[in-house]
Design a protein around this ligand. Structure first.
Ligand code: DGI
Ligand code: FE
Ligand code: FE
Length: 190
């Protein structure tokens, strides 16, 4: 799908602020794809659609998770997680995105998971460091992302897990699995 058509579809789904965030993720994802040798078109498309379901009513997301037989465990954790799998589903069924690599990057963009692909990592990190983000720790991850995608991802995962722990919130197991897997990758790389 061409960029303009994709952006129009996504713009209709969200508030202005969320759309501006999306444009920031697109910019960051293309830059990371260039730096780390990923397919720029796939990175662009996954970034455009990554928050496609973010503004859907909670009840609709819950209904889709149940109806489509998605991981039931999602329902026991933070509702913030739901828009990622629901977004992958709606990007395919409503917007006609078919590329499994792109859909996977959307699916895991909030939680992460064990064995993240290059594209999954790029979308996770781009979502974290896009130019509109200004929370504590973001600058450190931006700097790491210039040198090492895995180090940036690891720091972003650690910050997110720490953020959840400090607020007495549960951590979805896939987030721990992502952290463990990237840590091991980095230890093996010396
Ligand atoms: O949709 P965005 O706001 O652009 O960003 P996102 O999809 O990464 O959502 C991030 C939010 O999800 C962040 O505030 C933390 C929250 N969250 C809640 N539970 C979990 C979680 N994030 C992860 N990685 N794992 C969780 O268990
Ligand atoms: Fe998101
Ligand atoms: Fe996002």
């Amino acid at each position: 799908m061409e960029r303009q058509r994709a952006l129009e579809l996504v713009r209709q789904q969200m508030h202005e602020k969320r759309y501006i965030h999306t444009l920031g993720v697109v910019e960051a994802a293309i830059a990371l794809a260039k730096r780390y040798g990923a397919d720029e078109k796939k990175a662009e498309l996954a970034a455009i659609f990554h928050d496609y379901a973010k503004c859907r009513p909670i009840a609709e997301m819950e209904e889709i998770i149940k109806r489509e037989g998605m991981a039931a465990e999602l329902l026991e954790h933070n509702k913030e997680l739901w828009h990622a799998p629901v977004g992958a589903y709606l990007a395919e069924t409503e917007a006609g995105i078919r590329d499994p690599e792109v859909l996977q990057a959307i699916l895991y963009h909030t939680s992460g998971h064990a064995g993240m692909s290059l594209l999954d990592k790029i979308i996770y990190v781009a979502d974290y460091i896009e130019p509109g983000r200004s929370f504590p720790g973001v600058e450190e991850v931006r700097e790491l992302a210039e040198q090492s995608l895995n180090q940036a991802l690891l720091q972003a995962l650690k910050n997110t897990i720490r953020f959840l722990l400090e607020r007495n919130q549960t951590v979805y197991p896939d987030t721990f699995h992502a952290y463990n897997a990237v840590l091991k990758e980095e230890q093996q790389n010396g």
